[in-house]
Design a protein around this ligand. Structure first.
Ligand code: ADP
Ligand code: SF4
Length: 730
């Protein structure tokens, strides 16, 4: 199918200072856990996007000096010649595809805790970070200001030497330039504080100095949160926002604009649970009205229609994207070639971000299982190694893991039969996506459903068999496949087994009329009473999502939680608005409490920390603390057990137990993937499917091959040297 001519506008080159972007697709800076320390990862992840058509590709935030050290999280750094050399791998590989490489020069002030460097961060005024724990900055005097500005200049020069085409002065997400601009941080009374002109001075001077240093060779970009969303306590777009753009416009070749701050940066990287594509436009649309320079904005743009509208309506000149470029590194190429239904649409789950928030292990992606695996496992998102045998493969279970495994096996040319009792591909996602705000997560299923349908058309021997009777071990052995992949998923515990006691909960039993598992709530078949108690021992979204769903349906909901409610949602940036949602729906929360037993219509609740604080040796069989006396009964009409999950692995166990029958049935191996192996994130279940499909010829394919590590080895050269090259298993 040819590209719709309407979308041609997205492929028009645009000049930014001394450089030209070959089209309007631009990967804004985003974290991946590579930084400068894993040059192979950095080079491979970014350059695959250049190959996929992104015209501009950036590092993550890149520290200019040890005073801006974000350990325990992982940023890029351009502190010395070693960093220059490592980042050069990224720029060299990006340039092979005629794309431009950008670096986001970053100084964090007190939002950088400096746990590795032990340096003291400096800021416009002294304040305690609202994002970091226990971090204050030193208020800069004029000498400090000159020194820090020189850090930017030195880092810009090193960036140019590393081959970067675009050099940023990064002021979004409440980092240093914005701290000077915003009265929320800047309490100064001198020429750097007070009036807008004074608060803007630091940023303007820094831009001027960086421009003087590298402006002939590099485009100068600045990233600006045009509205910090606190009203006049911070920066408001119609006030300081557009005025600052007016003041800085002559110093900037490219405006990269967004909204929000760092403490709640989910307002920028908006999860689909709360924000749809283009959600920042009501704020960022003002910038083009003031600026004469190219402007780019973000907002999880994945739809070419929407992107075209952004450009043709003059809202922005360039489409900025972080998550859409992770989910589909080949998004521009697919639009260019009119392959619209091959786009792997970002579902907005923010699991990619969760890894940075946790502290910088390699990024993962729910949709794109190859993200973060490009260098270390040699995985290319769009190219697959050809099959090496004529084995046919039966995949039982068409959830995230089974459907991904089947898709990749089919891409490799294998004959695959994908089998499920359900009428639709998608597994547990078919229920999860009915929860409030999670509709866009269906793109995960839709992508696989469509790709598998196309692949089945290509290889008529492959089949998708839905709505079948449950596969038994007898059926699987007699099926006629050489290899059997079990992807039968997991279920929520119906007996209250939980991570606190590791045992069933006395009296918990979801076969009773007044108790339900999450699946039973979601399938809507069992009547639910007015007063609902949700008993929670899970740290992700299920309990708050069910609470939201039930409260919206008119139930009085009480959440009793023995673990930090929705803790993982801090990492996906969903936490603040999820909590606001629970409050506006009047959901009662009882924290640090769990049940010790259940009876019809009531649960015995205790405080998790209700036992004595002093540990005393009392001998065998005695708990070494004063016994917990906080137990009390609480009534409910219905109890929902969000206490834990277990793998549905009985089919696999039986097949393993009958391995003596494999040979005579022509079965060579049986594998277990996804939640059926261990319950986990959808991203990780998807990964196990892709991983097995790529390694299925290995003699012990159940277990992953080792991956290439980028580590310093004592007594050897630190990194691969002249022989360095990116190699994909294709
Ligand atoms: P995962 O996240 O690991 O992919 P899911 O729970 O989402 O797992 O999906 C598992 C799928 O396996 C579901 O669609 C379910 O219907 C299917 N399934 C489970 N047991 C069997 C079986 N014995 N025969 C056929 N399909 C099964
Ligand atoms: Fe999008 Fe989720 Fe992938 Fe992040 S992890 S890029 S939000 S699909």
């Amino acid at each position: 199918m040819a590209r719709d001519p309407k979308h041609d506008v997205l492929f028009q080159p645009i000049k930014i200072g001394p450089k030209t972007l070959r089209n309007r697709f631009y990967q804004v800076p985003h974290c991946i856990g590579a930084g400068s320390d894993r040059p192979g990862f950095q080079a491979a992840h970014r350059s695959i996007k250049a190959e996929g058509g992104w015209a501009g590709i950036n590092t993550e935030y890149c520290s200019i000096h040890p005073e801006s050290d974000d350990t325990h999280r992982l940023s890029a750094r351009i502190w010395d010649e070693g960093d220059v050399r490592n980042l050069r791998a990224m720029t060299d590989y990006i340039h092979k595809y005629n794309s431009l490489a950008g670096v986001e020069l970053w100084y964090g002030g007190s939002h950088a805790p400096c746990m590795e460097s032990r340096a003291t961060p400096r800021g416009p005024s002294q304040y305690a970070s609202e994002f970091e724990t226990l971090t204050y900055c030193k208020e800069m005097d004029f000498d400090d200001i000159a020194m820090v500005q020189q850090y930017y200049v030195d880092a810009a020069l090193r960036s140019r030497d590393a081959g970067f085409d675009i050099v940023y002065v990064y002021g979004a997400h409440s980092y240093l330039p914005l701290q000077f601009l915003s009265p929320y941080y800047n309490k100064r009374k001198d020429k750097y504080g007070g009036s807008l002109e004074n608060r803007a001075r630091f940023w303007l001077e820094t831009l001027e100095q960086v421009r003087r240093a590298v402006g002939h060779d590099c485009a100068i970009a600045t990233r600006f949160a045009v509205d910090t969303l606190y009203g006049d306590a911070g920066v408001e777009v119609e006030n300081d926002g557009i005025k600052f753009v007016g003041l800085a416009d002559s110093l900037v070749d490219l405006w990269d604009v967004d909204v929000g701050d760092i403490a709640e940066w989910g307002e920028d990287a908006g999860p689909s649970r709360f924000y749809q594509q283009g959600h920042q436009v009501p704020w960022t649309r003002f910038i083009k009205q003031v600026s004469k320079k190219p402007v780019l904005g973000v907002g999880r743009f994945t739809d070419p229609e929407k992107m075209t509208e952004i450009v043709t309506k003059g809202i922005a000149d360039i489409i900025g994207a972080a998550r859409p470029s992770i989910s589909d590194p080949w998004l521009p190429k697919k639009i260019e070639e009119g392959r619209y239904d091959d786009i792997r649409v970002c579902i907005g789950c923010n699991v990619c971000i969760s890894r940075w928030e946790i502290g910088g292990p390699p990024m993962i992606c729910t949709q794109n299982a190859t993200a973060g695996e490009e260098y270390r496992r040699g995985w290319h998102p769009e190219k697959f190694p050809k099959k090496t045998s004529d084995d046919s493969i039966l995949v039982v279970g068409a959830g995230p893991s089974g459907s991904e495994c089947a898709r990749v096996l089919m891409e490799r040319g294998y004959t695959v039969h994908l089998y499920d009792t359900a009428a639709k591909i998608g597994g547990h996602l078919n229920q999860v996506t009915t929860l409030p705000g999670l509709g866009e997560w269906s793109y995960h299923r839709d992508y696989r459903e469509l790709q598998i349908a196309k692949l089945v058309k290509k290889n008529k021997q492959s089949q998708v068999m839905l709505g079948q009777k449950p596969m038994t071990a007898d059926d699987a052995l007699a099926y006629g496949a050489e290899k059997i992949v079990i992807a039968t998923g997991s279920s929520w515990n119906s007996d209250g087994t939980n991570c606190l006691s590791h045992d069933p909960l006395p009296g918990a039993d979801a076969s009773r009329a007044d108790q339900l598992t999450p699946e039973q709530v979601m399938d809507g078949k069992k009547p639910i009473g007015k007063r609902v108690m949700i008993l929670n021992a899970d740290t992700y979204f299920m309990a708050p999502s069910l609470a939201e769903k039930l409260a919206m349906a008119g139930h009085e909901v009480t959440l009793v939680t023995g673990v930090h409610l929705a803790n993982y949602m801090h990492f996906t940036l969903e936490y603040p608005n999820m909590m606001r949602r629970l409050h506006e729906l009047h959901i009662k929360e009882i924290h640090n409490a769990f049940a010790s037993s259940i009876e019809p219509g009531r649960a015995q609740i205790y405080d998790v920390f209700g036992d004595g604080s002093k540990r005393i040796f009392k001998g065998v069989g005695k708990i070494p603390r004063t016994p917990n006396a906080s137990h009390r009964w609480m009534e409910f009409d219905s109890l929902v057990l969000v206490t834990g999950r277990h793998s549905n692995d009985s089919l696999h166990r039986e097949l393993k137990a009958r391995n003596g029958e494999w040979h005579k049935n022509g079965v060579r191996d049986v594998y277990l993937i996804g939640d059926a192996e261990a319950p986990r994130l959808i991203a990780d279940a998807t990964f196990t499917g892709q991983r097995l499909a790529r390694e299925i010829e290995e003699s012990k394919a159940q277990f992953p091959l080792p991956y290439r590590r980028e580590v310093a080895v004592w007594g050897t050269s630190h990194m691969p040297g002249a022989e360095f090259d990116l190699e994909y298993k294709i």
